[in-house]
Write a protein that binds this ligand. Structure first.
Ligand code: HEC
Length: 310
């Protein structure tokens, strides 16, 4: 007991020094230095009072235990007294294990034997092991908390919501992957697009970037910079791959820009398909044919996602 007192006293001396240090550090020229110090000292005094009370309580408890032991000694005799004394001297672990298992020692088993006997098989009426029981209560508590938290509060997602979120995330990943795939189109794996939206997109691109030289409708005009893209004559070939290549790399020395840095592959694919869809439209006032006659042999697909040659 004296040791405990000594320890507590040492602790407070230590705390006082620390709080002085703390105040001094905070309060270099700080007008709050003394109020702070006063507050710390009040705090320490309070803590001292609490610690003193606690020590007294421990002392009292010890007295009560001693009294109880004497009581047992006088009431029940030496044997019981020794047993209680022994139990008190057991390590906390042994006591803990005993309280958790509630095991009945073999010599006392006859007290809990049930009075039936089938072919020599008998039954002991043991209590449920407390460790198990506590686990059971704990799981009930956790279940109540869990249901409230995950199903009725807005703080956490339910399994269904988590599932939906994960599905959404993987869908996003798939979309990103497909978008990347779409950008991997190049002249080696092209088929002309035929679906209306893709061609409309192509037309928009054409109208905003290409009509300056190729004219609205792609027919060019007599004396225009760009050639007629609606006839069967091509300077650089009339297949989708040829057209795509011309758009992608351009013919810089002749005034046709390379578009690969300004348009994404999908966009070049769409505008090239749009150009091919203009074939035979004969816009008025078109430019005269240039280049060689090209006979279309390409299979046109309805599916804008197919990018292989048929
Ligand atoms: C600055 C003017 C100019 C612009 C803008 C322009 N082109 Fe051209 N384009 C040309 C010229 C000039 C040629 C002919 C090149 C040659 O003589 O080899 C040409 C040729 C082409 C050809 C090949 C035609 C053939 O007969 O082989 C295609 C396809 C084409 N352009 C598509 C486009 C597309 C698509 C755009 C818009 C994204 C575009 N061009 C924008 C000037 C232009």
């Amino acid at each position: 007991m004296k040791k405990i007192f000594l320890k507590i006293n040492l602790l407070f001396v230590f705390m006082t020094i620390v709080s002085f240090g703390f105040c001094a550090e905070e309060g270099g020229g700080n007008p709050n230095f003394y109020p702070n110090l006063a507050a710390y000292l009040v705090g320490i005094t309070g803590a001292l009072v609490i610690a003193g009370t606690l020590t007294l309580l421990v002392k009292l408890l010890n007295q009560v235990v001693k009294l109880r032991e004497i009581e047992i000694l006088t009431d029940k005799g030496l044997e019981e007294y020794i047993e209680v004394k022994k139990a008190n001297q057991e390590s906390w672990w042994t006591r803990f294990m005993r309280s958790m298992t509630d095991l009945v020692p073999v010599e006392k088993e006859k007290d809990i034997l049930l009075n039936h006997n089938y072919d020599g098989i008998q039954e002991l009426d043991n209590n449920l092991p407390p460790w198990w029981l506590y686990g059971f209560y704990l799981s009930i508590g956790i279940a109540i908390f869990y249901i409230g938290y995950y199903h009725f509060s807005s703080n956490a997602m339910s399994s269904a919501e988590e599932y939906a979120l994960e599905m959404q995330q993987s869908q996003d990943a798939v979309d990103r992957f497909l978008a990347k795939q779409a950008d991997r189109i190049d002249e080696s794996n092209l088929v002309a697009l035929a679906d209306v939206t893709a061609l409309a997109d192509g037309e928009n691109i054409f109208n905003s970037l290409c009509i300056a030289c190729h004219m609205q409708g792609g027919g060019g005009a007599p004396g225009s910079v760009g050639p007629n893209l609606t006839d069967d004559y091509w300077l650089h070939g009339g297949s989708i791959k040829d057209v795509f290549k011309t758009v992608k790399y351009g013919v810089p020395e002749k005034g046709m820009i390379s578009w690969k840095d300004q348009l994404r592959p999908v966009e070049m694919h769409k505008v090239s398909s749009y150009i091919l869809s203009l074939r035979g439209t004969n816009p008025p006032n078109a430019k005269e044919p240039q280049g060689e006659l090209y006979e279309a042999v390409e299979v046109v697909t309805q599916d804008s996602t197919v990018t292989e040659m048929k």
